[in-house]
Ligand binder design. Structure first.
Ligand SMILES: NC(=O)c1ccc[n+]([C@@H]2O[C@H](COP(=O)([O-])OP(=O)(O)OC[C@H]3O[C@@H](n4cnc5c(N)ncnc54)[C@H](OP(=O)(O)O)[C@@H]3O)[C@@H](O)[C@H]2O)c1
Length: 292
């Protein structure tokens, strides 16, 4: 495994295993298989409902806890100081661990500055080894960096061949924030696994299109967390450290970037934002507590 050193000196694997849309009953088996296949970064979230399965697999794996890098994320319904602080403790309990390696704010919604302060306090208390954000596009990232006492170490955003996020990457690099790709395979959309450009590069190196995608992103200084429920694909997706793409390959990969294609989650779409905020508003009504 190769590692990226974050802005606080913590080492993060450059390739991990994502568990979004993985049913809780499958998660323990899949994470156990991923750890056996050599993965050392597991990416979960409060909203995925499967932190328990991740924790159980790690505990039973025989891999020392300090060799596994666990990421979780604070959901929108926990976006204020008190709720975020309580939810960090709840994630620690669900994961069955004394510390989480990286905690992210899942979305730039609600009282995220308050939630960020809760992460800073948990970081200082040793509950979190690193903190960061997700889905913070450049203008929100600049904002959170300006208010942070502990700068975000990572920003996890949609990144794949068809949405390479080069401008966002530049801002992150300038701010010292590591770029982590969610949906590195575009969730399988747009014919990615049969794309001609990727297939051509793959053939040249005796690899698969999936391996070319992950390799291209890693060589572009982007951390990747592909998801699969299949053991053979877990092995395929981690087998990307024995070849190198050259300048021609990377130039061909760059041509796939197409900002006109729809986003998987459009954070600039009013309907999408309203839909995500519904849960936050519901909690507010139920609890009579102001989250904004
Ligand atoms: N922060 C956020 O807001 C956010 C949003 C989305 C995702 N994420 C994180 O990013 C991780 C990855 O993103 P994602 O799960 O949305 O999508 P993804 O990794 O881009 O794509 C997963 C899809 O690709 C298929 N697949 C995986 N490896 C393959 C291979 N070698 N050949 C052919 N098909 C393959 C999987 O099918 P099978 O499972 O059937 O193999 C699944 O349908 C998530 O699991 C989650 O941890 C974060």
């Amino acid at each position: 495994m190769e590692y990226k050193v974050l802005n606080n000196g913590v080492k993060m694997p450059v390739l991990g295993f994502g568990v979004y849309q993985m049913p809780p009953e499958d998660t323990e088996r899949c994470v156990a298989e991923a750890l056996a296949a050599g993965y050392r970064l597991i990416d979960t979230a409060q909203a995925y409902g499967n932190e328990e399965g991740v924790g159980a697999a790690i505990a039973k794996s025989g891999v020392p806890r300090d060799e596994v890098f666990v990421t979780s994320k604070i959901w929108v319904s926990n976006m204020n100081y008190e709720r975020a602080a309580a939810s960090i403790d709840e994630s620690l309990r669900a994961l069955g661990t004394g510390h989480i390696d990286l905690m992210l704010l899942h979305q730039a919604m609600g009282d995220y500055p308050g939630a960020y302060r809760a992460m800073e306090d948990a970081y200082r208390a040793g509950k979190l080894r690193a903190i960061g954000v997700s889905n913070f596009y450049p203008e929100r990232l600049v904002d959170v960096c300006a208010l942070a006492e502990v700068p975000p170490a990572v920003n996890q955003i949609e990144t794949h061949p068809f949405r390479q996020q080069r401008a966002a990457h530049e801002t992150m690099a300038e701010l010292g924030v590591a770029h982590e790709a969610w949906a590195p395979f575009a969730e399988g959309q747009n014919g990615i696994f049969h794309n001609e450009v990727l297939a051509g590069i793959a053939e040249k190196h005796g690899k698969t299109p999936a391996q070319v995608v992950l390799r291209a992103l890693i060589q572009s200084d982007v951390v990747v967390i592909p998801k699969t429920v299949h053991r053979a694909r877990m092995e395929e997706n981690i087998d990307v450290f024995d070849f190198e793409l050259d300048a021609d390959d990377l130039a061909a990969f760059a041509t796939l970037d197409d900002p006109t294609l729809p986003r998987i989650f459009d954070h600039f779409d009013v309907g999408t934002v309203r839909w995500m905020l519904e849960e936050l508003v519901r909690k507010q009504q139920l609890g009579g507590e102001a989250l904004y």
